[in-house]
Write a protein that binds this ligand. Structure first.
Ligand SMILES: [Zn+2]
Ligand SMILES: [Zn+2]
Length: 244
């Protein structure tokens, strides 16, 4: 019922603010599966449903038997032990990430939920966990107006019972954007950039999942995981909207 009311409200708003597909800019006059994706662009989203690295979620090309960890994770030996990513950072998927991050993507919340619901394995992974958004520095969050990882965590947690969002992690120094940095520079850039916001220890019996928009080298997520581990977390996973 709630969804139906939301639909009607949305139809009314469409007269005032016509919706467009985030990727191809087609005007969207009727509501199908997504508010901001046309059917063709929806079909182009490359969900990571089958074989993928169990540690970071990187997609494997074709079915891979025996190998569970990608080459990057074998080298990194990350502190997080399990991970999933929803889709590849390509085409319409990339446009969604961009809209979320740089165009105040709160309006995408319904679509972000729908995307998760398309991948049952991803739902199972999130359900019942404590979701921890990768934080922005307070100054950056004030200028951007929101934290895209928090938007993801909050909208996803709302889909499942006993699934919480914990904003305990903070970014304690301003870091340069990871975009354009080499792999080594990315790791150096986020070293010692995070801390726990309170003195209480984390619960070793909880399953913590760090939430971010994109997984690239894992530098940021591993820096965050290190802080959680020191604070007492024993089961740490990562879930990202997209894998670059
Ligand atoms: Zn489109
Ligand atoms: Zn991996």
């Amino acid at each position: 019922m709630k969804h139906r009311i939301h639909k009607w409200a949305k139809h009314g708003l469409d007269w005032v603010y016509p919706r467009e597909c985030v990727f191809c800019s087609t005007s969207l006059r009727t509501l199908k599966d997504y508010f901001y994706l046309c059917t063709a662009c929806e079909d182009s989203i490359r969900f990571i449903k089958e074989s993928h690295c169990s540690t970071c979620g990187a997609p494997f090309d074709g079915a891979v038997e025996g190998i569970r960890q990608c080459a990057q994770c074998v080298e990194l030996k990350p502190i997080f032990s399990e991970g999933m990513s929803l889709f590849k950072l390509r085409d319409a998927g990339q446009a969604l990430v961009h809209a979320l991050k740089y165009r105040r993507g709160n309006y995408l919340v319904q679509d972000l939920k729908r995307l998760v619901q398309s991948v049952p394995e991803f739902c199972d992974f999130l359900a019942g966990a404590c979701l921890i958004p990768v934080p922005l520095h307070a100054r950056k969050q004030a200028s951007r107006g929101f934290n895209q990882s928090e938007v993801l965590a909050t909208s996803w947690a709302g889909l499942f019972p006993n699934t919480l969002v914990d904003n305990t992690l903070v970014r304690i120094r301003v870091t340069a954007s990871q975009t354009g940095l080499s792999r080594d520079e990315r790791f150096a850039n986020v070293k010692n950039a995070f801390a726990i916001d309170r003195k209480a220890l984390l619960n070793p019996s909880c399953r913590y999942i760090l939430i971010d928009d994109v997984f690239t080298t894992g530098a940021t997520l591993n820096a965050c995981a290190r802080v959680l581990h020191v604070a007492g977390a024993e089961r740490i996973g990562v879930a990202t909207l997209s894998h670059g």
